[in-house]
Design a protein around this ligand. Sequence first.
Ligand SMILES: Nc1ncnc2c1ncn2[C@@H]1O[C@H](COP(=O)(O)OP(=O)(O)O)[C@@H](O)[C@H]1O
Ligand SMILES: [Mg+2]
Length: 223
Amino acid sequence: MTARIASFLDKGGTGKTTSIAHLGVALTQHGHDVLLIDLAGKQGDLAKAFGVWGDVQDAIDADEAWPNISTVFDDAWSTIAEKLGDDAVHDLVYETGEDVDLIPAHPGLDTLDAELGNIDDASERYSRLEAFLDDYVEDLTYDVVLIDLPGMSNNVTYNGLWAARHVLAPVEMGPFEAEQAGALREDLEKIRSNFGIDVELVMVLPNKVDDRTKLSTSQSIAS
Ligand SMILES: Nc1ncnc2c1ncn2[C@@H]1O[C@H](COP(=O)(O)OP(=O)(O)O)[C@@H](O)[C@H]1O
Ligand SMILES: [Mg+2]
């Protein structure tokens, strides 16, 4: 089975996207097949990081970016996928010059949180991405799928956490971030107890460490 990891912290700018990009490339350099999925917003930071945003934007402008990452959350996705056959998933995936593959962001992500909010049943609301990974991405036999999430807790984020079960939290060295990591642990505990699924914080990654500052040395991440 493909390993899945989501990059998440309830805050912007801590290095979620950067970490996912670098981890992806590092894993390919160790011989693994890697797929990145950008759920972090329509600005398409991962596509920009890999220099494919121009192609993605062209497809969007030409109305050819369909299906896209927001389509896979749709009620009708399985019907759409059946009609498109093998192309359904292949059309979503861009190759990058760094050997990792990418399902880039799309403007449809803007309204996705609200659309998911209309699904009454909570386990249905949070499990759309998992269903997509199980039913369509598993067949592509990637070794690792890395999911970049928004810096906030919303229905899209919960789909990512639910699907990945493994969370990587990049934090900067500061008291505020230490609190955020604590809040993330509590969030994950809530998901575990409310829905009976095992979401695990597998890595807290200290980012932008500056040895010259007191915070880096005194603010141990071990807590
Ligand atoms: N280790 C690092 N060293 C220098 N700059 C970094 C580092 N990690 C992230 N950045 C920069 O900080 C900004 C925010 O990082 P980003 O990965 O986009 O955060 P997030 O995805 O959590 O919002 C970006 O401009 C990125 O290039
Ligand atoms: Mg980001």
